[in-house]
Design a protein. Structure first.
Length: 403
């Protein structure tokens, strides 16, 4: 098998980022275009415009007050959905440069990938999914696409942000067959068992690498994890122990950061190398040849994949299911469920724009229409806004009733 080593960065025209594009990279000029035709821009590429649209969206700004693992008010140093999205973009852009993929597209997908996340992280998603069960459930990934396709209200000529197909393809990471049928062209690959472009595949793995590593940092900062316990994870131990032995008097924080830096570097370097080898072995000549393959080309080697999975499993057991995290998240889940029920009983309790939409969609589609408008509203909330709404609608009512 011929090895493709990441080359030193060549210069030349192509992406606008100084990175020459490989033949299998996504190209703005020969992409599948936008749902609503628009004239091109004088000096920005289509994927650059997509990234800019995401950054200027209301959904993107709200990510700053949405939980990753720790509820936003627990401390200023924990990751939020916004800092997480930026870290995903950073890792994915590094890979894009090394493999000559489209860095602008990668950045657009990375910054948009969590736009549909409801407040309170995965706990919030589970709660909203339970509320929406009678009407098809709720899934944050699908909601991210819904935000950029329909919910952002910033253009006169079309709803949403009218992003390019390649960006939308990257945002939609997974999808049930039922939803895929409903989504048209962007859902087709889930029915045909095809792959998205390499840029989408890179963001998908960069997302996992980012959260596994930053959750180690946040977990240690919170005191819910310790270095001693983390040494049960081979990936952590092999970076941490030599550092600790060589620097017995170093500050704890610097040692933790050096360890995490080493882990990210190992996994990302392996991703670049393994993916480079996979590309060389299959030799795709275009993004469509990448899409037609049965398996993704972006991957970790079996050894590093196993080590990374070991870290992920540890975090599931020791952090995400820690009783202190669960206590906060189960309160948050109950809050979202009560809020949802309150709006279902009385859509007028929502701001006028959302209430009007709920009544209108209900008139058109019945109860599912009302539920969908409420799910959109609740999913758009930040953690602190959800708390404020809960106090306004439910705590205040309990008080007036003497409960
Ligand atoms: Mg993410």
């Amino acid at each position: 098998m011929k090895k493709v080593r990441p080359r030193s960065r060549p210069t030349g025209p192509g992406t606008g980022s100084g990175n020459r594009l490989a033949p299998f990279a996504a190209r703005a000029e020969s992409g599948r275009g936008r749902q609503h035709a628009e004239p091109s821009h004088a000096y920005r590429s289509e994927f650059q415009r997509d990234r800019d649209r995401v950054i200027h969206s209301g959904g993107f700004r709200r990510l700053v007050y949405k939980t990753q693992v720790f509820i936003n008010h627990e401390g200023d140093l924990y990751r939020t959905r916004l800092t997480h999205s930026i870290e995903v973009a950073q890792i994915a852009r590094t890979v894009a440069r090394a493999l000559h993929l489209n860095e602008e597209l990668i950045e657009a997908i990375a910054l948009a990938h969590d736009l549909g996340h409801p407040p309170f992280g995965h706990a919030g998603e589970d709660a909203l999914d339970a509320c929406m069960k009678p009407w098809g459930g709720f899934e944050h990934n699908l909601q991210s696409l819904r935000v950029v396709d329909e919910l952002e209200d910033r253009y006169l000529a079309f709803p949403g942000l009218n992003l390019c197909f390649e960006t939308r393809e990257g945002i939609l990471k997974h999808c049930s067959k039922r939803n895929a049928r409903r989504l048209g062209v962007v859902g087709e690959r889930f029915l045909l068992r095809q792959q998205p472009g390499l840029e989408a595949q890179v963001v998908n793995l960069a997302d996992e690498i980012a959260y596994n590593n930053h959750d180690v940092d946040d977990g240690l900062r919170s005191g819910l994890l310790t270095e001693e316990a983390l040494c049960a994870v081979p990936l952590f131990r092999r970076h941490h122990v030599p550092l600790l032995e060589a620097n017995p008097r170093a500050s704890r924080r610097a040692l933790i950061h050096e360890t995490i830096r080493g882990m990210i570097n190992e996994v990302v370097s392996d991703l670049v190398e393994t993916t480079g080898n996979n590309i060389a072995a299959r030799g795709p000549e275009s993004i469509d040849e990448v899409r037609a393959l049965k398996h993704p080309l972006v991957a970790l080697s079996p050894a590093v994949s196993k080590a990374h999975l070991g870290l992920k499993r540890f975090l599931h057991r020791q952090l995400y299911r820690h009783e202190r995290v669960l206590a906060v998240t189960s309160r948050a889940q109950n809050m979202l469920k009560e809020l949802f029920a309150c709006y279902m009983n009385s859509p007028a309790a929502m701001p006028a724009e959302h209430a009007t939409r709920a009544f209108q969609w209900e008139a058109e589609r019945g109860e599912p229409g009302r539920a969908l408008a409420i799910a959109d509203y609740v999913a758009g909330m930040t953690d602190r806004y959800a708390y404020a709404e809960y106090r306004r609608l439910i705590d205040a009512k309990a008080k007036t009733q003497g409960l």
